[in-house]
Every structure is written in C-alpha cells, then in structure tokens.
Design a protein. Structure first.
Length: 475
C-alpha cells in the first residue's frame, strides 16, 4: 500500500518537474517525448471526460451531440490547441505574459489575463466535483456501496452534495492537495510511474465498458449512444458540444501556452496536439460506453444532470460483480482513486497557470503565488459547493453559483478565448514564426501546414462566431 501511495504521489508530481527548473530561472523542458504527451494529456483527461461529457451528452440527446462534439474537437479543439502550443513555445512565458512578449504594447495582453482568470474560475468549481471523488473513494474503501439499489445511490448522492459542510471540506482538501504538489515541485522517476497510471485507468475503463454493455437492458443505452436523432440538434447542442470540446481538451485559456513554454525545441507540436486530442476523445467516448448502457440498465435517466456518473457507476460495480463482492470492492476503490488522480493532474494544470503568472509577473515566490491562488479558490469553491445545498435559494440568471461558473467558463470564456487565440496565430503572428514553430525550424515535413493555417485564419473563428450567433437566436 505504501508503495502504491508513493507511486501515486510521484505520478502527480511529474507534471511539475519543470517548476524546479523555473526556480533556477531557466526554462528547461519536459525531459522526454512521453513526458510531454503525458503532461498535456494529464491536463486534458479528467472529470471533463468522465463526469462532464456523459452528462452533457445525456442532456443533449446522446449520439447526435457526440457527432457534433467530434466535429468540434477536430475542427476547433485540436487546431486551437496547436495555436496555444505555438504561442507558448515561442514566447517561453506563462499565459499571462506570453501575449505581452509576442505582441508588446497591444491589447492582446488581455487575452492572457482573461485566461488566468478563467483558470481560477474553473479550478474553483472543478475542485468541488473533484472533492466528490474523494468522498466516493471513502465510500468505496468502507464498502458502503454493497447491497444498495439505484434509488439508494440517488438518495445518498443528493444528501451528500447538498450537505452543509462535508463537500466543502473535501473540495478544500483537494485544493490543498493540488497546492502541496504545485509548491513542492518535483522528484525524479515520475514519468515511469505515469506510464503505469494512465494505461491502468484506461484498461479499467475498458473492462467497465464491457461489464456495462453486458448488463441486461443495456441495449437501449447503446442505441442512445450510437443512433443519432438529428431532430434533437438545436443551437444548444452546438454550444454545448463546442464548450465540452474546449473544456475537455483544456483549450481556450492558455494551459497549453504555459505547458508549451516548457516544451523542448525538438518536440513535434502537431503530433503532440493530435495525440493528446485522440487520447482525450477516446477516454470520453469510453466513458459514454460505460455510463449510458449502465444508466439504461438500472433505470437512471440519461439527462439526470451532474450526478449521472456518481449515481450510475456504483450500480455497475454492484450489478456486474455482485456475485464476487471482492471484485466489486476492488474495482470501485481503484476506479475512484484513478478518477481522483485524473482530476488532480487537471487541477494542477489549472493552478499552474495562475501561480506561474503571479510568480513571473509580480516576482512573488512560487510558494506565495500558490498561496494566493489557493486562498481565492478555497473561498470560491466553498461558495460553489454551498450553492448546491444551503444556498440553493440564491440564483443568478436562474443558475446556482456552481452552474453559473460551469456555464460561463465552458460555454462563454473558453470559446471566446479560443476565438482570439486562433485569430492571434492565424492573423497577427508572423507566418515565418508559425511555420518555424510547427516545423521545428524547417526540420520537419508538415504537409498539413496550409490546412492548419486555413483553419486558424478562417474556419475556427467563423465556426465559433456562428455557434454564438446561432445560440443568441440571430441566425
Ligand atoms: N480538461 C480537463 C478535464 O477534462 C479540465 C481542465 C484542466 C481544463 N485544465 C483546463 C478545462 C483548462 C479548461 C481549461 O477534466
């Protein structure tokens, strides 16, 4: 067990070995090719794939949403991810300063600053859900799922998330965990353990998908997942799918600008963006194959909202392995542990953006900078968490604070950020710079170069604008 905990610890740390370098005032990069992909994939893969994707897909009718989502990933998400990496590696600066460096004295700097703010807002409500995973690890470890039915899981989820202080405590614990890792910096040997963690999560999910699909009554879930009903496609579906694509890929606020600034000059940016996009999408689709068959099998509505995964999954463990309680126990403990870890690598990336900005811009020590970020997020996270329980009566535009943060960040701030990031690389940056970054100074052949520039110049900004205009009902 100790070895396991140690491994987990190292896994979480590997993202941050760059920070030690930063303390030494040099911006050395991730040490290996795999490190680069894993750090970026670690940021991308998280609650967005396993918690948010299924409930957004469920709210928007399933298969048709997923198709639109895939379109958004390919046409908007991956190209903008690439644009962020170009900005980051070129500027060798954090998100808040990168625009300042590449476009001194222009208003572009506001895009970077907006990114830092967006990161803080996301981190605040994200850590609430991340806190829920800690509660569920506790429940799994104490074997509290055993013998419960679907209704019991709904009841206990609602009781927990609306509790006055319990979820707040877990959110704070999660933020402190993130804080601790950000401040401590890193050790060696981390990449090796991350090579184990990510594939383990993936294999476990594959296994759960097989179990879920073979539950009696799962067929309706597969139909929901695979058979598009285009009559359900409206402007909300487009906005939701676009927001989900940005959110899930960690694109639109500059996480990948900050990470790109740590990349080596030999790293193939295009390949990295594509691999990360594929890994992220695969995990999201896989979680669809777990959640929907299982939800239909146990009679949980696919549009039951943000509790979907937390209500559905414990059922899968109970029903699929009911005859072998040891397996049910082991799998549930492992799953929530890995989910929490996936969330942790994402919160680290969010925290890193604000911390490195305060550190590099205002000369605070990393520790000080991190304390500020954590303190602000603790207050906001407590507000978000309580807005689901004791504060339910207080709404803004009809939304609780939690839902407001989710809506404003995923469906407004990230796409707007993505819009300007693609304009910046497509129009403002000198094309020689863009070409040099994408081809590593001409050493890589890049047949898709023109396509990428075309997307960043026209397709992505116009696509995002159309989806907004459409949502406002003007189209
Ligand atoms: N992409 C992560 C997830 O799917 C969440 C996340 C991390 C994120 N960093 C981000 C979302 C930056 C938007 C922007 O769970």
């Amino acid at each position: 067990m100790r070895a396991k905990v140690k491994r987990i610890f190292y896994f979480c740390m590997f993202l941050n070995h760059n920070q030690l370098d930063m303390e030494k005032k040099e911006r050395a990069g991730f040490s290996s090719k795999l490190g680069v992909i894993l750090a970026s994939a670690g940021s991308a893969v998280g609650l967005g794939n396993i918690w948010r994707f299924p409930y957004e897909a469920g709210n928007h009718g399933g298969a048709a949403f997923i198709l639109v989502y895939l379109g958004c990933v390919l046409a908007l998400g991956i190209p903008i991810m690439l644009a962020e990496l170009v900005i980051g590696r070129r500027a060798r600066a954090n998100t808040g300063n990168a625009f300042q460096k590449l476009a001194p004295g222009t208003p572009w700097k506001w895009i970077g600053l907006a990114g830092v703010l967006t990161g803080i807002l996301i981190l605040s409500y994200y850590s609430v859900v991340a806190g829920w995973t800690l509660e569920y690890i506790g429940e799994a470890v104490t074997n509290s799922f055993a013998g419960k039915q679907a209704e019991d899981f709904i009841g206990s989820f609602n009781a927990f998330t609306t509790h006055s202080w319990r979820p707040v405590v877990w959110a704070v614990v999660f933020l402190l965990l993130t804080h601790f890792i950000i401040v401590r910096g890193v050790e060696k040997g981390i990449e090796r353990s991350s090579k184990i963690m990510m594939p383990t999560l993936f294999l476990l999910m594959l296994l759960l998908a097989v179990c879920a699909v073979s539950l009696p009554g799962a067929g309706a879930g597969l139909t929901f997942l695979l058979k598009p009903d285009f009559s359900k496609v409206n402007s909300d579906v487009f906005l939701g799918a676009m927001g989900q694509a940005f959110f899930s890929l960690s694109v639109g606020m500059g996480v990948l600008i900050t990470y790109g600034s740590y990349f080596k000059k030999e790293t193939n940016l295009t390949k990295t963006a594509f691999s990360v996009g594929m890994i992220d999408t695969l995990v999201a689709i896989l979680s669809g194959f777990i959640i929907f068959p299982a939800a239909f099998a146990v009679g949980v509505q696919p549009d039951s909202g943000s509790g979907l995964v937390f209500i559905t999954l414990p059922n899968v463990f109970q029903q699929a392995f009911g005859d072998v309680p040891v397996l049910a126990y082991l799998f549930s403990v492992m799953f929530y542990l890995l989910l929490a870890l996936a969330a942790l690598t994402s919160t680290i990336s969010l925290h890193e953006v604000a911390t490195s900005y305060l550190h590099e811009r205002y000369g605070l020590t990393r520790k000080r900078a991190a304390v500020w970020v954590t303190a602000v997020c603790v207050v906001l996270a407590a507000g978000c968490s309580m807005s689901l329980g004791v504060g339910r009566g207080y709404t803004i535009f009809g939304l609780t604070l939690f839902d407001l943060f989710d809506y404003v960040t995923a469906k407004v701030l990230l796409p707007v950020g993505g819009f300007f990031i693609s304009l910046f690389v497509g129009w403002y940056l000198d094309k020689r710079v863009v070409r040099a970054e994408l081809t590593n100074d001409g050493t890589l052949r890049l047949p898709v170069y023109r396509l990428i520039v075309f997307i960043l110049k026209y397709l992505a900004p116009l696509g995002i604008a159309c989806i907004f205009v459409n949502e406002l009902g003007l189209l």
